[in-house]
Design a binder for this molecule. Sequence first.
Ligand code: AMP
Length: 397
Amino acid sequence: MKTLVINCGSSSLKYQLIDMSNEESMVQGLVERIGIEGSALTQKTPGKGKHVINTEIKDHKDAIKLVLEALVNEEYGVIKSMDQISAVGHRVVHGGEKYSESVLITDEVLNSIRDCIALAPLHNPPNIIGIESCRELMPNIPMVAVFDTAFHQTMPKNAYICPLPYELYEKYGVRKYGFHGTSHKYVSNKVAEVMGKDIKDLKIVTCHLGNGCSLAAVKGGKSIDTSMGFTPLAGIMMGTRAGSIDPSVISFLIEEKGYTIEQVDEMLNKKSGVLGVSGVSSDFRDVRAAAQEGNERAQLALDIFHYKIKTQIAAYAGAMGGIDVIVFTAGIGENAALVRSESLKGLEFLGFNLDAKKNEIAGEIGEISTDDSRVKVYVIPTNEELMIARDTARLAQ
Ligand code: AMP
């Protein structure tokens, strides 16, 4: 059984074909600049290298057509015909309160995903276009939606209700939803497996640190709290997103300083975070390099980033009544030893020490705490695509 995993953004589409007999990724690809000049498909196939197709790609349907052609291409493809794809799994950012699990896509499900557009106006529309295009081009292949919000639906009310007038929740669904759920679920289960423990016995803090960043408190295999909120803007500082700030800053800028709501929204989402403070870049590597050269604001951005992670981990120790294991994942979490060591500094009272040598690992599974640490610290590379493929294969059968 081969499962195609599709992750549609507004002008991009990531895909992977996964052979479920051994859970190996057969091909990985990215379509960029959909509907914009200079569009291209890049496909990487183990053993066959990288192949780039530069061509006009008008819309997501064009993009998916091109993906299917690339998959069956005689020279750089990996399958003989589309019939070999037994199911398609779609990443969907927002499933609202309706979906706490992945689901087979029907017309009704598609309508529910449309109902969530107001909650994720930037993310759900391209996800829907991806699903519709695939259904048109592959009408007989089962499709599954895997939601970023689903894993966090186990949060108790005291974690997800915002201290606002309660009718905002009842009327409009204003509450904490949480995101990156597929990643938090994958790494928390993986770390339990690596430790040879039953996840039901573990209190885990998962730190997903990439361009978007979120932490989750996973107790007994269930998410009981997470740092992102109503939207992926809340929580700790990120590459370009502010994370949680005093909301009065917004009315101050609008009422007193003449900003428009659109300007503030763009500022909070695209011009804040590590980029906003450092003035250098949203990419962690650039900011780290600038800090090493003596750029004080770059160093300040890193200091704030480490501090936000540290205090969030400590909060989740309180929420769970202790921690058994801390996991770092995603681009920064998997690769940046400095972020791991700096954000854990001062938390040793929880019951661990970091092993500086072990902490040098990048992009691979490994324990980075000392052997005698009661609380363990791990790096676990995330694999959201595999998680999507597993759910897809299970539901399609
Ligand atoms: P992601 O969103 O998971 O792709 O993560 C993107 C972030 O990971 C960016 O800020 C990158 O700078 C950072 N990143 C990627 N590779 C490395 C690396 N080798 N060392 C440090 N940071 C990295």
